[in-house]
Design a binder for this molecule. Structure first.
Ligand SMILES: C[S@@+](CC[C@H](N)C(=O)[O-])C[C@H]1O[C@@H](n2cnc3c(N)ncnc32)[C@H](O)[C@@H]1O
Length: 289
């Protein structure tokens, strides 16, 4: 038997495994094959793409990825779910199951070496919502081979991830994702496609890796400026970056050298401007944060 998981299959698998979904691990399983097809279509995988799925759960999305990707890595923190996937894949995906590698691991800690054979090129995931942003940022940092992705996250988080300067929801996730990738909203998903039904809408975010804005400044240095700017987002950058620069005057000098108005706020800056500020940092070590 091959196919995707509908409500009957999800219920049957969960009952057989004794799975009681937990909020702590963001366990809301998709039981709607149309949603799964929509995610895979939006992901736009090429036949040579190696997919990485974080949080496969009972396998809803995994089963749709196996026929269209060259290989599928899944990273699942729950030992029961990770342990059951090979059998689910063999049962529902037939010979395509041979292209699945299951990693029982925490996606926040997984290292490139563990996922090297073959190296993932596309992240496609219905992410655990409480750790969605750190997971995406960790994987983009850890896996330079990841070229593009499509993730489902809580709708508000999707809005934040794709926001640009000047938007009310533009903030740390928006700028950090923009360091790695160009992103766009790829649709909204209602709560009723999940079991159990969450009390939030979901959103799809598509991204494609870009060259980092500047080669002459380390990512960590840029992210330190971003963190400082948004920690006090209502203050001017001159004030918000005083701790980072070792004084408001030094902050103003770095901002001016970077071509940024010291009276501006972080919410109006592009990631390229944050990178320019980091590159103009005072030579003294930034104050501890
Ligand atoms: C929203 S569910 C998605 C399940 C499945 N992909 C689906 O669409 O039905 C999130 C999944 O992520 C897993 N998970 C939660 N935290 C994780 C982590 N830090 N690393 C890996 N998997 C995690 C949960 O156990 C759960 O299976």
């Amino acid at each position: 038997m091959t196919g995707l998981l509908g409500p009957a299959e999800i219920r049957e698998l969960a009952a057989r495994l004794g799975v009681a979904p937990t909020k702590k691990l963001g366990q809301n399983f998709v039981h709607d094959p149309n949603t799964v097809r929509r995610i895979v279509t939006a992901a736009g995988l090429a036949p040579e793409d190696v997919a990485l799925e974080v949080g496969p759960g009972l396998g809803s999305l995994t089963l749709a990825l196996l026929p269209v990707a060259a290989h599928v890595h899944v990273v699942e923190i729950d030992p029961t779910l990770a342990g059951a996937l090979p059998e689910t894949a063999a049962r529902f995906a037939g010979p395509d199951a041979a292209r699945l590698t299951v990693h029982h691991a925490d996606a926040l800690r997984v290292r490139a070496a563990a996922l090297a054979e073959p190296a993932p090129t596309a992240l496609v995931a219905n992410l655990p919502y409480n750790v969605a942003v750190p997971v995406v940022l960790h994987l983009l940092a850890e896996l330079p081979t990841l070229r593009h992705g499509l993730v489902m996250v809580q709708k508000e988080v999707a809005d934040r991830l794709v926001a640009g300067p000047g938007s009310k929801v533009y903030g740390i996730p928006s700028v950090k994702l923009a360091w790695y990738a160009r992103s766009r909203a790829a649709g909204k998903v209602p709560p009723n496609v999940f079991w159990p039904v969450p009390n939030v809408d979901s959103g799809l975010v598509a991204f494609t890796r870009r060259e980092p804005p500047r080669a002459d400044v380390a990512r960590e240095a840029v992210f330190a400026v971003v963190d400082a700017a948004f920690a006090q987002r209502r203050k001017t950058l001159r004030a918000a970056l005083a701790g980072w620069a070792g004084g408001a005057d030094r902050a103003a000098a770095a901002l001016t050298a970077a071509g940024v108005d010291p009276g501006a706020r972080g919410e109006s800056l592009t990631v390229d401007q944050f990178a320019a500020i980091a590159a103009s940092a005072p030579t003294a070590t930034p104050a501890a944060q």
